[in-house]
Design a protein around this ligand. Structure first.
Ligand SMILES: [Fe+2]
Length: 599
C-alpha cells in the first residue's frame, strides 16, 4: 500500500491563521509522538462539532474537526488524527498529531496525502482519551469511472429550521462527493438592526423561538467580527444533520453572499454600511472563519477559491467564485426610474449589456476558459451560486413582484391578489399564442413578450460575461452542465445564447431551510404552489422545471450516456422529525447527444 513504506509526518504548530498540516503517511514514532505533556494530558476536551472532509483529489483529501476545551481555557490542545481503509482502523494509512490552538479557533485541518485514487477511507480524531465520531471520505477516481454521484446543497438558515435535508442526504450510500453552493451560514441576527427593543424579526427568524432554533445570546446580532463569524459556524456545526452530511462524504464548498453579507460584490454588500466598519476587514474576518471551519484546502489569496476537480475522464468540475473576487456591483431597477416614474430602458439596456461588466473578473474568466480547453472529460460542470438561465418575466408582472419586496399586511394581500389575477391573464394569452390563436391582438402579444430579467444579482445582470462562457463552451464543443443555488427553489433550464441556440443545461438545488418563493409569493399550500409553478414554467421559455414550495436537495448522477438530476424534498424542518415528500420528488435526465445538451 502506498504511504506505508515511507513513514513520515510533518508537525506544524499552528502559529499562523488557517494552519494546515500536511500528512504524508504514518508518524515515524507514533508512540512517542502521542506522549503529551502533563498539562495537556489533564485537559478535558470534547469534539462537539463533528468531523468533515473535503476538497478530494486523486491522492489527497482534507480532513477536519474542531476540538473544544470543556473548561474555557485557551491553551493548545494536541489532537491525534488517523486515516484508515477500514472502519475498525486496523489498516492505518495516516496518523499524526495536530496542535490545535486559539489562533485557528481550535479547528483541526490535515491534508492527507499519498492516498489511492477512487478509494474510500475512514478518519477520526482523538485527544486525551476522547475519540471523535468517524468520518467516511473518498478520493477522486482516475481513468474512467462508470458513474459519479454527487449531492448538492445551498442556503441553510439555522433560525428557520433543522437541517433535515442534510440528514436525509447523508443516508445515500453511494455518494462520491457533496457540493455546497453557498449560504452555508447567514449573517443576520435575531432582530432587524439588532434592535432588541423593537424586536422586529430579522430575515427568517420569526419562528426560531417556537421551534427551538433561537440564535444564542452571545451570537444573536448581525455578524461583523471574526469572533461573531466563528461562533455562527460553531452553532451550525452543532446541528445533527450538518454533522451527518460531513461525516458521510467529502464536501466541496464555495460561498455565496451570506458567508459575508447579503448581496455581496467586490467592494461591498447590500447588507453592509459604514456604521458596520470597514468592508474589507469584515470580509477578511468572515473568510478567516470560513477557512477555519470548512474542509477547504488552504490558499494564499482567500478570495480566489475558484478551482477544478477531475473525476477521471467523466466529469471536470469547475467551482466558481462569483462574489468577492471580481463581481461588479449589482444593477438596481430603482435607479432607472425618474421622478415621474418613467423607466429609462435605453440606459438600463446599455448598462446591463456593457462588455466590461463582470461577475467572475477577467482573471477567473480566463482561467475557466483555459481549464475547459484542456479538459477531455465527457461532462463540463460549473459549480456556482446564482442562476445562469434567463429568468425573463413579463415586465408588468415584474413590477408587481418588485412591489412585494418588503410589503406587509394589507399592502401585501392586495399585491398578491393583483399578482394572481395578472398571472391568470398572462397565462391565458401565452396559451393562446402557443395555440396560434389568430384573434390575438398586438397589445396582448406585447404583454407577454415585453420581458425583463427578474434577478439582477444573478447572471441575468451580467449578460455579456454569460455570453462569453456560452461562446467558450460552444467553440470547444463541450457538454455544459451548470449547477446553481441561491434562490431557495429548485429549477431546471435550458441555457441559450443571445442567438437562441441551446448551449447546455442548468439544474438548481433548493434550500436546506431558507424560505423560498412560497413565502414571497404567498403560496399557502401545495395546490397554490402548483398553479404558480405551472404559470411561471409557461411564461419563461427556457424554464423546464420549478419547485417554488419545498425544502430539499438535489443529486446529480453522471455516466457516459447521460446525466440525471434528482430532486428530493422533506416534509418540514420545524423539528428533527420529518419524512421524505415522495409526491413532489422529481427526476430529469439529459442524454449525452451529438449536439448541445437540452432538456
Ligand atoms: Fe440563500
Amino acid at each position: 500500500m502506498r504511504g506505508m513504506t515511507r513513514r513520515e509526518f510533518i508537525k506544524v504548530s499552528g502559529a499562523v491563521a488557517s494552519t494546515i498540516l500536511i500528512s504524508t503517511g504514518l508518524s515515524a514514532c507514533g508512540s512517542s509522538s502521542n506522549n503529551q505533556d502533563n498539562q495537556s494530558a489533564m485537559l478535558r476536551v470534547a469534539f462537539n462539532h463533528g468531523v468533515a472532509s473535503g476538497d478530494p483529489l486523486a491522492t489527497s483529501v482534507i480532513i477536519w474537526t474542531r476540538v473544544t476545551h470543556l473548561e474555557a481555557l485557551q491553551s493548545d490542545i494536541e489532537v491525534t488524527f488517523e486515516v484508515a481503509t477500514d472502519k475498525a482502523f486496523a489498516n492505518l494509512v495516516h496518523s499524526g498529531i495536530y496542535t490545535a490552538n486559539q489562533t485557528s479557533d481550535f479547528t483541526v485541518k490535515v491534508d492527507a496525502q499519498n492516498l489511492q485514487a477512487g478509494t474510500t477511507y475512514y478518519y477520526r480524531f482523538s485527544s486525551n482519551g476522547v475519540i471523535s465520531p468517524i468520518g467516511k471520505t473518498k478520493t477522486l477516481p482516475i481513468d474512467n469511472p462508470e458513474q459519479i454521484k454527487m449531492a448538492l446543497f445551498t442556503c441553510a438558515n439555522y433560525p428557520n429550521g433543522y437541517f433535515n435535508v442534510y440528514t436525509e442526504a447523508a443516508k445515500i450510500e453511494d455518494l462520491d462527493v457533496t457540493l455546497h453552493l453557498g449560504d452555508y451560514i447567514y449573517e443576520y441576527g435575531m432582530y432587524e438592526n439588532d434592535d432588541f427593543d423593537a424586536k422586529v424579526p430579522a430575515y427568517a427568524t420569526s419562528k426560531a423561538v417556537a421551534i427551538g432554533r433561537e440564535l444564542p445570546q452571545d451570537n444573536n446580532k448581525e455578524l461583523l467580527l471574526l469572533e461573531d463569524y466563528r461562533k455562527r459556524y460553531a452553532l451550525y456545526h452543532t446541528d445533527s444533520g450538518t454533522q451527518a452530511i460531513h461525516a458521510a462524504a467529502p464536501m466541496i464548498v464555495v460561498w455565496d453572499d451570506h458567508e459575508v453579507a447579503n448581496d455581496t460584490y467586490k467592494e461591498g454588500a447590500q447588507n453592509h454600511d459604514e456604521s458596520e466598519g470597514d468592508f474589507a476587514q469584515r470580509t477578511q474576518d468572515a473568510l478567516q472563519a470560513y477557512f477555519e471551519w470548512l474542509p477547504i484546502r488552504t490558499i494564499e489569496d482567500k478570495k480566489a477559491i475558484y478551482r477544478r476537480f477531475d473525476f477521471g475522464g467523466l466529469v471536470s468540475l469547475y467551482m466558481l467564485e462569483t462574489r468577492l473576487f471580481g463581481r461588479d456591483k449589482q444593477l438596481s431597477y430603482s435607479s432607472y426610474f425618474d421622478a415621474q416614474g418613467n423607466f429609462d430602458a435605453q440606459t438600463f439596456q446599455s448598462d446591463i449589456g456593457s462588455p466590461t461588466r463582470t461577475m467572475l473578473g477577467a482573471t477567473q474568466l480566463e482561467w475557466l476558459q483555459q481549464q475547459m480547453a484542456t479538459s477531455n472529460a465527457t461532462w463540463q460542470l460549473l459549480g456556482q451560486q446564482v442562476l445562469m438561465g434567463k429568468m425573463y418575466l413579463p415586465s408588468e408582472l415584474l413590477m408587481v413582484i418588485g412591489g412585494l419586496d418588503g410589503a406587509t399586511g394589507e399592502t401585501k394581500t392586495a399585491l398578491l391578489t393583483q399578482l394572481n389575477a395578472l398571472l391568470g391573464e398572462l397565462v391565458t394569452i401565452k396559451t393562446r399564442m402557443l395555440q396560434q390563436d389568430a384573434t390575438l391582438t398586438q397589445e396582448e402579444i406585447a404583454r407577454v413578450t415585453t420581458v425583463l430579467p427578474y434577478n439582477l444579482d444573478a447572471w441575468d445582470g451580467y449578460f455579456m460575461e454569460r455570453e462569453t462562457i456560452f461562446g467558450t463552451a460552444k467553440a470547444l464543443g463541450k457538454k455544459l452542465v451548470v449547477v446553481a443555488g441561491d434562490t431557495h427553489n429548485a429549477w431546471a433550464n435550458n441555457l441559450r445564447d443571445y442567438k437562441g441556440e441551446v448551449i447546455g443545461v442548468e439544474f438548481a438545488t433548493p434550500s436546506v431551510t431558507s424560505p423560498g418563493l412560497e413565502e414571497y409569493a404567498g403560496l399557502s399550500d401545495v395546490m397554490m404552489a402548483g398553479q404558480f409553478e405551472g404559470a411561471i414554467d409557461l411564461l419563461i421559455d427556457d424554464l423546464k422545471y420549478l419547485n417554488a414550495y419545498d425544502r430539499g436537495f438535489m443529486t446529480l448522477t453522471f455516466d457516459a450516456a447521460q446525466v440525471s438530476a434528482n430532486w428530493y424534498y422533506v416534509n418540514g424542518c420545524d423539528s428533527t422529525e420529518y419524512s421524505l415528500n415522495a409526491h413532489r420528488a422529481k427526476t430529469i435526465t439529459v442524454a449525452n447527444t451529438t449536439g448541445a445538451l437540452s432538456i
